[in-house]
Write a protein that binds this ligand. Structure first.
Ligand SMILES: CC(C)(COP(=O)(O)OP(=O)(O)OC[C@H]1O[C@@H](n2cnc3c(N)ncnc32)[C@H](O)[C@@H]1OP(=O)(O)O)[C@@H](O)C(=O)NCCC(=O)NCCSC(=O)/C=C/CCCCCCCCCCCCC(=O)O
Ligand SMILES: Cc1cc2nc3c(=O)[nH]c(=O)nc-3n(C[C@H](O)[C@H](O)[C@H](O)COP(=O)(O)OP(=O)(O)OC[C@H]3O[C@@H](n4cnc5c(N)ncnc54)[C@H](O)[C@@H]3O)c2cc1C
Length: 662
């Protein structure tokens, strides 16, 4: 069987789609998840979870209050604690993330930041003795940690953080203090109620000299009672647009004492007498953010896929209107507009995930290099991940919203669960650095690269930057996807140079650097987006070219064709400077025919992600495709439907109507 999702009793429309698939979905899963071994492990973990009934949701998330969601995830975490070693290799981050996604979902939980930022901060920033003291405890989950950096008044501008950590050689202690209301830590995930420890980022002060943001390991709560320790004010910041299973929190310090060895000292040090040793790279303390940004292409790709699994399956069973055959309504997936709405996002999701693999590996390598004293790769990865997190979060938001609309009215219902996926995913446009700000970080790197070319130092260009020094050439669009890469290179190069020239001209006209930068900022962000989209396209093509299995490669080439045609048309205003409007018309025709080519494999392409019904938490997107029965059952389970007459009717509406009758 080529599509491993075929089951007796499924909706025949979906079975028909699965029969049409021209490739083996297990083999595709191995490509998506990087190896056959991991794809198998994912399935095994999912299977093992299904044998532990206490790990199932006690009721649909959409019917739970925020308090119930938090309690439910804590209940499951306590069940999981009995099964960790039997379910996963606890040293394998990807296995742990898969387990969390299955059992706890995407709405957040007590350990949301423990694995993603707290432990990585200890790994990257704590010295060997500190790791000896805390890392094992954190990994065994004896303590729960989070990452507390953002303050109510400042998130983006780290240099303006107000929380101080002042060192006193006489007592060999730091005093952590929150000098103003705006200095309250505000937003850290799992800080409010769950965590008893935090990596706190504070301005290091020694003898009135401010050394800027540094990380400190801080105990927040008593390990026996879980009460906040004296000098600490901590709580939950309230409900959010989504992600309400997490207790994002606030935190204030009132002259809170911290032993000297609680500053994380792998890279910078404060000696007993207050002597400060600076780190080998000024931004090395920012590594936890780079770690998360390097994961975001993968994580956002998976968010988009979840919405697409729902929308594509639903579109294959939803019949509405007629095409040729007037005896039976068509599957809405047969409409060109529906395909145009969904298939380019499927292509982007694959592309993001392939990019994500690369950037995760680049971060892991950087960690090793930095440990060995080599910080030379930091700027490259910072620039790359800054652009990538901004582009993928924005496009993921767009893709998920299109998926919702593609499900018509039912997409708007919580039964689809798409609104929750959307709400969680677009948080990524903000966290780990607001998107515009991060695009401008990449732009700094791009501008410097142009300056290298201008001053004859092209040899010093970083990875991916050589195209900035190349001349424009004729593009032969019949020569395959590489020609589309050339279009993107031309468009990105032109925009990067244009934005840089504008910035330089404004400075030459007398504007200060900062003002000239601000007056060029929109053009600079456009340059960063084009550069990043070029990187995504190149990575996608490179990954697909490396595949040896013929049937897998064939369908992925079809997907690449959708991608390159769609992307070039999407940057039409930039591309027009390099391709004629007649060529754009021909790209348009190719896009429509590539949608057609992909159509028979659409369901198998999204089934290949092997996202279980449990993980998807969507009534509309279930594997069995019995949409209408499932939807009705779900609505009947709504708390509002547990009585025929609601108390509020008796209390307010009936008396009001009765009064009106008098
Ligand atoms: C970078 C800043 C914007 C500026 O920093 P600053 O110090 O002021 O720097 P400048 O003086 O301007 O100089 C810039 C130069 O420095 C270089 N630089 C900057 N950063 C780096 C770096 N990291 N490495 C190398 N070099 C760097 C830069 O290139 C410049 O160089 P040059 O001068 O041009 O040569 C900084 O202020 C900043 O980073 N701001 C952003 C702040 C930020 O990102 N905050 C993040 C806070 S933490 C957070 O947000 C956490 C969120 C967690 C969310 C997790 C939620 C998960 C939800 C998903 C649920 C999924 C569930 C599924 C299950 C599961 O997976 O668990
Ligand atoms: C779901 C979620 C989870 C989070 N988790 C954590 C966590 O675990 N730990 C933690 O410490 N923090 C966390 N945060 C906080 C998050 O990191 C910050 O909100 C984020 O970095 C953005 O900073 P800000 O809120 O200060 O935005 P602001 O910087 O105030 O952004 C407001 C506007 O100003 C613009 N702007 C600001 N500066 C510039 C500039 N220099 N140039 C151009 N435009 C600019 C932005 O583009 C934006 O349009 C979380 C946030 C969310 C939403």
């Amino acid at each position: 069987m080529l599509n491993k999702s075929i089951m007796d009793g499924d909706n025949p429309d979906l079975t028909e789609e699965r029969m049409k698939g021209a490739f083996d979905t297990d083999k595709m899963a191995a490509v998506i998840y990087g190896s056959e071994k991991f794809a198998i492990r994912r399935r095994e973990i999912t299977e093992s979870i299904s044998r532990i009934p206490q790990l199932a949701d006690s009721k649909p998330f959409s019917f739970m209050t925020r308090e119930e969601k938090i309690s439910e995830s804590c209940r499951k975490l306590s069940v999981l604690s009995e099964h960790w070693n039997q379910l996963i290799d606890t040293n394998n981050e990807e296995e742990a993330l898969h387990l969390y996604r299955e059992v706890l979902g995407l709405e957040g939980h007590a350990f949301s930041l423990h694995e993603t930022m707290f432990i990585p901060s200890l790994v990257a920033q704590a010295n060997d003795e500190q790791q000896e003291k805390w890392l094992g405890r954190a990994k065994r989950r004896e303590i729960i940690g989070c990452y507390a950096q953002t303050e109510m008044g400042h998130g983006t501008n780290l240099r303006a953080l107000e929380t101080t950590a002042t060192y006193y050689p006489s007592t060999q202690e730091f005093i952590l203090h929150t000098p103003t209301e705006t200095a309250l830590k505000w937003w850290p995930g799992a800080l409010g109620k769950s965590s008893n420890y935090a990596v706190v980022v504070a301005d290091l002060v020694i003898r009135d000299t401010h050394y800027g943001a540094h990380p400190f390991m801080v105990q927040l709560r008593d390990e026996k009672t879980h009460n906040p320790l004296p000098g600490i004010t901590v709580g939950d910041i309230g409900p959010k647009m989504a992600f309400n299973g997490a207790d994002n929190g606030f935190l204030g310090f009132n002259q809170y004492k911290l032993p000297r060895d609680h500053m994380l000292m792998r890279h910078s040090r404060v000696e007993e007498n207050g002597t400060y040793t600076k780190p080998p790279h000024a931004k090395i303390g920012y590594s936890s953010m780079v770690k998360v940004r390097s994961r975001m292409a993968m994580d956002q790709g998976l968010f988009m896929v979840s919405a697409l699994v729902i929308a594509v399956r639903y579109s294959a069973v939803r019949r509405q209107g007629f095409l040729d055959d007037k005896s039976r309504e068509v599957k809405v997936l047969d409409y060109q507009t529906q395909q145009h709405r969904l298939f380019p996002s499927i292509a982007r999701a694959y592309a993001f995930i392939f990019c994500g693999f690369e950037t995760i590996q680049l971060y892991d390598q950087l960690l090793i290099d930095v440990k060995n004293g080599d910080t030379s790769g930091m700027s490259d990865l910072h620039a790359l991940t800054s652009g990538l997190k901004s582009v993928v979060t924005h496009q993921t938001g767009e893709g998920i919203e299109q998926a919702r609309m593609a499900c018509g009215g039912h997409g708007y219902s919580m039964a689809s669960y798409i609104s929750e996926i959307y709400g969680v995913a677009i948080g990524g446009c903000t966290y780990e650095g607001e998107n515009m700000v991060m695009l401008l970080q990449l732009a700094r790197y791009l501008v410097k690269s142009v300056e290298l070319v201008k001053t004859g130092k092209s040899k010093e260009l970083g990875p991916m930057m050589n195209y900035l020094a190349e001349p424009d050439t004729q593009i032969d669009l019949t020569s395959g996807p590489e020609a589309y890469v050339k279009v993107f290179q031309h468009a990105a190069r032109r925009q990067v140079w244009k934005a840089t020239d504008k910035f330089h001209q404004l400075m030459e006209s007398g504007q200060s650097r900062d003002i000239a930068w601000n007056n060029s900022a929109v053009e600079l962000t456009r340059a960063s987006r084009l550069h990043t989209r070029l990187y995504i396209m190149e990575t996608f093509i490179r990954r697909v070219s490396s595949i040896s299995d013929v049937s897998i490669k064939k369908v992925l080439i079809d997907l690449v064709n959708v991608h390159v045609n769609y992307e070039v048309l999407d940057i039409g205003t930039y591309a027009l400077e390099h391709v004629s409007s007649t060529q754009l018309d021909s790209i348009r025709s190719q896009l429509y025919s590539s949608l057609d080519t992909l159509r028979p494999n659409a369901v198998s392409l999204i089934d290949s992600f092997q996202i279980s019904d449990m993980q998807l938490r969507s009534v509309l997107g279930r594997r069995d495709g019995h949409v209408y029965t499932n939807l009705f059952e779900w609505a009947k389970a709504s708390p509002l439907n547990q009585t025929h007459v609601l108390p509020s009717v008796n209390q307010y509406l009936k008396p009001m109507m009765d009064k009106a009758k008098l």
